[in-house]
Design a protein around this ligand. Structure first.
Ligand code: VGL
Ligand code: ZN
Length: 210
């Protein structure tokens, strides 16, 4: 049984309209995790939310690259980019947090992917791997050393955040049944492989729920 304490933080990744059925980039079963995340959040003193928050015409959108379709990839200066349907555009309903999310005690919302020319799956660093969002400093200054991750999508924003948490010297644990994946081109299996290799722990909510 894991008993969250004052040094623990729950990172709720991208639980937004855009990533649930009916959204622009729906993750299968994405809405199913919302009640569970609400219950888990009640176990944590400290909760941080993230919000995918793109400009119109963002570089990660297939529509920004003539002839390209969603889920194809392109080479960008910072690496290979999967192209997505237009999603989570700043200020739109698609970018809003899911209305069922009920975590009034959340302390911070990190917005990411807000620069037109660079994506940011991770809550810690943009896709170049070096432009910080500020979350590392926030957690360190607050004395928060152990991150638990839930939300969407397992194989992109959750995985990249968990991997960067490890790089930043934090303990990182993904609560698997409180996530759902996209799984494009084997990305889900690869994400778990990378996370396990980096020392990210994998638990189910049973380890936290009374
Ligand atoms: C995400 C693809 C594009 C995510 C965000 O939240 O996992 N995936 N933008
Ligand atoms: Zn995005």
């Amino acid at each position: 049984m894991i008993e969250p304490g004052p040094q623990d933080v729950l990172l709720v990744i991208d639980v937004q309209n855009g990533f649930v059925p009916g959204g622009a980039l729906p993750v299968t079963g994405g809405d199913e995790v919302v009640p569970l995340i609400n219950r888990l959040a009640g176990r944590f003193q400290h909760v941080v939310l993230t919000q995918d928050w793109h400009t119109p015409g963002h570089v990660s959108f297939a529509s920004s690259h003539p002839g390209k379709k969603p889920f194809e990839t392109i080479a960008l200066p910072y690496g290979t980019q999967v192209l997505w349907p237009d999603h989570c555009v700043q200020g739109t309903a698609d970018a809003s947090l899911h209305p069922g999310l009920d975590i009034p005690h959340a302390e911070l919302i990190i917005r990411k992917g807000y620069r037109k020319a660079i994506d940011s799956y991770s809550a810690f660093y943009e896709a170049d791997g070096k432009t910080p969002t500020g979350l590392t400093g926030y957690l360190k200054e607050r004395g928060l050393t152990r991150a638990f991750l839930v939300g969407l999508a397992t194989d992109f924003c959750v995985a990249w955040s968990a991997l960067d948490a490890r790089k930043g010297g934090f303990e990182a644990t993904v609560i698997e049944d409180a996530t759902r994946g996209i799984d494009v081109g084997g990305s889900l299996g690869k994400a778990w492989q990378d996370m396990t290799g980096a020392g990210v722990k994998r638990v189910t909510s049973a380890a936290l729920e009374r």
